[in-house]
Unconditional design. Structure first.
Length: 255
């Protein structure tokens, strides 16, 4: 075993205050998405997805870098590797990514699989594959284009210029950059805000937006209406009305 190899689980999971914290814990490799980390991430996503105590999820990384992408010499994950990126994207709970340092290739794909992104001023987003004769994966070409439009997506893909956190914020890829020392607190603040809201409303709102990317407008409007009607039948909806009338903080139970 290499002396520089990090000990402990590849992804640390902690739950508290309605928030599930997933920490990429391989800083010695800049949290490269090898088979071990991919598998650990997929397992962690499954755990917090089925944990009723978790209302929102934060994905953060140990060390100075969020994720350097795939390991050196690996240009596409072998079929035997679990797909941690897909597992993250499939979560029904809102996911907040905390980005710092290197956010490269499949690491950017990982960030884009989350719903919201908070960035430290040190964060640098880059897709360096095309100039090297390859294509990036993990859904990055599809999600990036949907978020920033084809012109900006092509600029990142074809020119491979690094994108700093302030420019990423101006493009809508991340929220306003924060000092590295405040990154975790900024992510926690967003997650606490989400965790205090009705979990079913959050889940259905996320479903409506994600499916809107693939539906014709008329079908999307029908889906929106169907989800609205569904939400009216829930105990959380009734609790929201009662708490408003009683002028108190709602106590949502996800039912």
């Amino acid at each position: 075993m290499s002396a520089t190899r990090d000990a402990g689980p590849a992804v640390r999971v902690a739950v508290g205050g309605g928030i599930g914290w997933l920490t990429l814990a391989r800083p010695a490799t800049r949290n490269a998405l090898d088979g071990e980390l991919m598998g650990a991430l997929a397992s962690a996503c499954e755990a917090v997805e089925h944990d009723e105590a978790v209302r929102a999820v934060v994905l953060i990384a140990a060390g100075a870098h969020f994720c350097a992408g795939l390991p050196a010499g690996i240009h596409w994950p072998p079929p035997a590797w679990p797909d941690g990126v897909a597992a993250l994207a499939a979560m029904t709970k809102p996911v907040v990514a905390c980005l710092a340092g290197t956010v490269n290739g499949w690491g950017l794909a990982l960030a884009l699989a989350c719903d919201l992104r908070v960035a430290a001023t040190t964060a640098v987003l880059q897709l360096a594959d095309v100039p090297q004769g390859r294509l990036p994966g993990g859904g990055v070409t599809q999600r990036l284009t949907r978020l920033v439009g084809p012109s900006r997506a092509l600029a990142m893909l074809l020119l491979a210029d690094p994108l700093d956190a302030r420019t990423a914020a101006s493009w809508g890829l991340v929220s306003k950059p924060v000092a590295p020392a405040r990154l975790r607190a900024a992510g926690a603040a967003v997650a606490r805000q989400l965790a205090g809201r009705a979990p079913l409303a959050l889940r259905l709102a996320k479903e409506a937006v994600v499916r809107a990317l693939d539906l014709p407008l008329d079908d999307g409007v029908r889906l929106e209406h169907d989800l609205y009607v569904l939400l009216q039948t829930t105990a959380d909806r009734r609790e929201g009305i009662r708490s408003f009338l009683e002028r108190r903080t709602p106590r949502y139970e996800g039912r």
